[in-house]
Design a protein around this ligand. Sequence first.
Ligand code: SF4
Length: 244
Amino acid sequence: MPARKTSTRSSRTLGQKPSQRAAPVALSPKTKTEKLRIAGVVLERLKAEYPDAHCELDHRNAFELLCATILSAQCTDVRVNLVTPQLFRAYPDAQALSEAVTEDVEEIVRSTGFYRAKAKNLIGMASLLVNKYAGQVPRSIAELIPLPGVGRKTANVILGNAFGINEGIVVDTHVQRLVRRMGLTREPDPVAIEKALMPLFPREDWALLSHLLIWHGRRTCFARKPACAQCVVADVCPSAGIAE
Ligand code: SF4
């Protein structure tokens, strides 16, 4: 197992040309104790760095967040936020959306990509809410996952952000990339990553943790060329200076 790097090595590696750097690797600390130490530092530093970290999908209630999260698949939050005001004006609740004409919804959500499937999922989801849950969004993973367009990640987003229930950890593409770089897990699969992260972070911080990692991924730990020299956790990150 490679030794954890020091900031000195990070600086030197950062000064090298890309061709001279070591290949990008997901280093893993040796022990759970070491992972817990890194996790604790990461949580504390990112909390300080991003005190306003929050879900960047605009919403006023659980129903709107559910719609927005379904639309966010393969799409940026910024794009979703451009579309949802019109969607929520036209269909303010599950009852209204369940009665929508598919083509009308398709037209509104077209720019988010995969618009036919998303429109179908939105209407199907709303219909199930009306038929099974009196138009309300249910509050458990087991009830959320059967809704069209909803997987474990979306269910965790809804529970954590709309209801303040820390049932799991949202593992999106940013979270996957960052925790692997930080050496907290080598798992490739989002569900396995979530399982690996749960024992490393306090449950009450699970929803916030996802936001912190996503914010850090968008502002510093970019998929290409992470800004390790500016990173607040570089001294504990095994990939500092060598992640690409
Ligand atoms: S920016 Fe660099 S140092 Fe910071 S978490 Fe990402 S890979 Fe690690």
